[in-house]
Design a protein around this ligand. Structure first.
Ligand SMILES: *[C@@H]1O[C@H](CO)[C@@H](O)[C@H](O)[C@H]1NC(C)=O
Ligand SMILES: *[C@@H]1O[C@H](CO)[C@@H](O)[C@H](O)[C@H]1NC(C)=O
Ligand SMILES: *[C@@H]1O[C@H](CO)[C@@H](O)[C@H](O)[C@H]1NC(C)=O
Length: 416
């Protein structure tokens, strides 16, 4: 499973750096895991250079740099063979085609995430909406469904755009239990659209150690050097894992979710005595894969008594990823003369029109799902030393699946 953790984290940092450009004071949240899965799904339909570029963006391509991309990806023969032998069901093994993307590893991660237990609601939905009239390969439909639980639906962007838009929005709304409405506003998709990848994720979980609601008080959150705003600040004192990034005076706190399957890790810059967001930028510029992994590792943190102040917050992020994915190197799939989606469809002219990602994260005293067996009071030996973790200024956070060390969500909170 480690094979997934690293690529997802690297992709996460690449994407964060892109999304964070010109977004100094803006909240950000996205799910690198979920976008990676969505791109892996598209990879099932891609060949040659188009597939190789996806592998590169997802950081799964091995020793690729000096090799002419594509040359090792052309052996599509077994699949053609298979499709010709009529009546025979293509097998799942066939889905793991040539190339460096290990679909089995992504599939297994998804299976684990589906079994987080009752304290978690994690809805991850991928869907491809294709212009009707394109013939889709059976093998592709089977593989996307079996590996990624994904669907491909046909709509008529050319002839009935508004109906297509409403259909997509309705699907998203139902997949997210009504939390995400109107994914596409009118006018966002146009009649030249042929293929849209929609990727939504909705998450709610209860904390392992809940915040008591009556301890939440209004406090100021410093937006920057000069501005502040009142927020609902949650409070609790307890034993938590805490670490320091000495060089920057930043704190790292781990807040576990139920049964500790997932944790929220918060990277909090030192207080802003010397000015606004510079602390945040210091963390951002040192945030390599190695550093991030180290900062949030259990070796780097120690369990201690901490007074935690954390604002209640709700974040929604919607991104049309076309542009950033192209900047990251996935260009062919968006270009009509270059896109090779021949494992998806027989049609030559198929090209990806839009990649849309939407994330919704809510943080409050308990999460939402009522946990069974409340009332247990955990009494702890009190230690003389209590650390204070005061998240009253902008910070970074991520939500990690602990067994696989995978980053499910990554975000920046500038204004709760
Ligand atoms: C694969 O890509 C290479 C380089 O872009 C190209 O020369 C070759 O013709 C492509 N092969 C197929 C089967 O499309
Ligand atoms: C792909 O991932 C699975 C599950 O993690 C692993 O068992 C398998 O060895 C991997 N395959 C390759 C070719 O790396
Ligand atoms: C890693 O983090 C340390 C601070 O802990 C920093 O001094 C160093 O420059 C960072 N490394 C990179 C490559 O940014």
């Amino acid at each position: 499973m480690d094979s997934i953790s690293r690529p997802v984290t690297e992709f996460c940092l690449d994407l964060y750096n892109k999304l964070n450009r010109n977004a100094e004071d803006t909240n950000i949240v996205f799910s690198p895991m979920s976008i990676s899965v969505a791109l892996a799904l598209v990879h099932l339909g891609a060949k040659n250079n188009t597939a190789a570029q996806i592998e590169k963006v997802l950081h799964v391509r091995k020793a690729a740099e000096q090799m002419s991309l594509g040359s090792d990806l052309e052996s599509a023969a077994p699949e053609k063979e298979l499709e010709r032998s009529q009546g025979r069901e293509p097998s799942l093994a066939q889905c793991n085609k040539d190339g460096d993307l290990n679909h089995t590893a992504f599939h297994e991660l998804l299976l684990q995430l589906q079994n987080l237990g009752e304290s978690y609601v994690l809805t991850l939905a991928n869907n491809l909406f294709m212009q009707q009239g394109f013939e889709v390969r059976q093998q592709f439909l089977m593989c996307t469904k079996e590996l990624y639980g994904a669907m491909l639906q046909t709509v008529d962007f050319h002839g009935a755009l508004e109906a297509a838009r409403i259909k997509i929005n309705a699907w998203v709304e139902s997949e997210t239990q009504g939390k995400i409405k109107e994914l596409f506003a009118p006018g966002v998709i146009d009649i030249n659209t042929v293929l849209v990848l929609v990727n939504v994720i909705y998450f709610k979980a209860s904390w392992e150690y809940k915040f008591e609601e009556q301890k939440t008080v209004q406090r100021d959150f410093k937006l920057n050097q000069n501005e502040k705003k009142p927020v609902q600040m949650m409070y609790q004192k307890g034993m938590f894992k805490l670490g320091y990034i000495e060089e920057m005076g930043a704190q790292v706190l781990e807040l576990p979710y139920a049964e500790k399957s997932l944790s929220m890790i918060i990277l909090l810059p030192g207080d802003m005595a010397d000015g606004s967001t510079s602390g945040l930028q210091q963390i951002e510029s040192a945030m390599t894969y190695e550093n991030l992994t180290l900062w949030a590792s259990s070796e780097h943190m120690f369990e201690t008594r901490v007074e935690v102040y954390l604002p209640r917050f709700k974040l929604e992020g919607t991104f049309n990823l076309n542009e950033v994915l192209q900047e990251m190197g996935m260009t062919d799939i968006f270009t009509e003369s270059k896109a090779d989606l021949s494992a998806m469809s027989f049609a030559k002219s198929l090209v990806l029109s839009n990649v849309v990602h939407k994330t919704y994260v809510e943080v409050n005293e308990e999460g939402t799902v009522a946990a069974a067996g409340t009332g247990a009071v955990i009494v702890r030996r009190s230690l003389p030393l209590t650390e204070v973790f005061m998240a009253d200024h902008p910070f970074l956070f991520f939500i990690r699946h602990n067994p696989t060390n995978t980053i499910l969500f990554f975000g920046k909170l500038c204004s709760p």
